[in-house]
Design a binder for this molecule. Structure first.
Ligand SMILES: [Fe+2]
Ligand SMILES: [Fe+2]
Length: 322
């Protein structure tokens, strides 16, 4: 894994990137979503507002650094969530011993894996079609990997806090689940298109769905009345590959989050599991931003045994709840 990490970073941070070859100083041309699309998108986002509430509750828990017993009380209000967390703690990764204590289960899994299960369970509750897609497993694996990578590199970016960036990592592609929820019919019609595979870029996404997942995220977080930094950062999470960051109009604090998220998103793809590797397309970190990244520190942070075992653990646990 050390070698994989080294080679991946070398590629992501290589000086020559598509942006340097055709540096863009204006926003990319975005097609306005067609009226019908907007109506259906907003209806779907509204139908998923319980997911927004779950994010709000979770953020409140994180901010007041809740005690483990308060977290257990919250989890145990939901029998399905309780069952999933106990099942994950009883999985082969931990030796397969049946665990009945929620307290012990949380200790074994770690806070971030509990968060992953909690949000996945919420997603099950608010979607009908999205998780049936053959890409759903890959998308969720990528989400949890981005969250881990974000939590290992956040210190490189001033003012970025671990709980916030790891949640942003987990939720950054939520718009893809909304799109998959929206248009199973479109997928059936255009059988030659495989949404969210390697070749399916933002343009292809806009062509098939009428809107891209970053714009959906912006709309959703605003509609669910979550803090503006979520919609600012996640709503722009692909922009650094298209335009110079001086043309991204967000405040400096959010820009630091955006850079951390962009980098974590790409590093996560380096660690895609064997079965998901075929779907990833790694974007390079813009050369104009590379002076802001302490490369040595980044390499050090991504070459620790703790980081690799966290990745192994999190990916292994997916089987027990996805
Ligand atoms: Fe994305
Ligand atoms: Fe992503």
């Amino acid at each position: 894994m050390r070698q994989k990490s080294k080679e991946g970073l070398e590629y992501i941070l290589s000086e020559k990137s598509p942006l340097s070859e055709s540096a863009t100083t204006t926003l990319p041309q975005k097609r306005e979503p067609i009226r019908d699309t907007m109506d259906v998108v907003m209806a779907t986002i509204n139908s998923m507002r319980d997911f927004g509430s779950a994010i709000r509750v979770y953020q409140a828990i994180e901010k007041s650094s809740v005690s483990i017993s308060e977290l257990i009380n919250l989890i145990m209000k939901d029998p399905l969530l309780t069952a999933k967390i106990l099942r994950a703690a009883s999985s082969a990764y931990f030796g397969g011993t049946k665990i009945n204590s929620m307290h012990y289960a949380i200790q074994l899994l770690g806070f971030n894996n509990v968060k992953n299960i909690l949000f996945y369970q919420c997603l099950i509750g608010v979607t009908k079609n999205a998780l049936k897609s053959s890409m759903a497993g890959f998308l969720w694996e990528h989400s949890v990997l981005t969250s881990i990578c974000a939590s290992y590199i956040y210190q490189i970016f001033p003012g970025v806090k671990e709980p916030t960036i790891s949640t942003m990592g987990l939720l950054h592609d939520i718009g893809k689940f909304v799109n998959l929820e929206l248009y199973p019919i479109r997928l059936a019609i255009k059988k030659d298109v495989s949404p969210y595979s390697r070749e399916f870029d933002l343009d292809a996404e806009r062509e098939l769905f009428g809107i891209d997942h970053a714009d959906i995220a912006r709309l959703a977080f605003d509609q669910w009345k979550l803090e503006s930094s979520l919609s600012q950062v996640i709503g722009n999470h692909h922009l650094p590959s298209n335009i110079e960051t001086s043309y991204i109009f967000i405040d400096q604090k959010d820009l630091n989050y955006l850079m951390a998220l962009f980098l974590a998103n790409q590093i996560a793809k380096v660690f895609a599991s064997e079965k998901c590797k075929q779907f990833v397309f790694i974007q390079k970190f813009p050369p104009s931003l590379q002076s802001l990244v302490d490369r040595k520190e980044l390499e050090d942070r991504l070459s620790t045994g703790t980081f690799y075992s966290e990745i192994n653990k999190t990916v292994s646990l997916l089987e027990s709840y996805v």
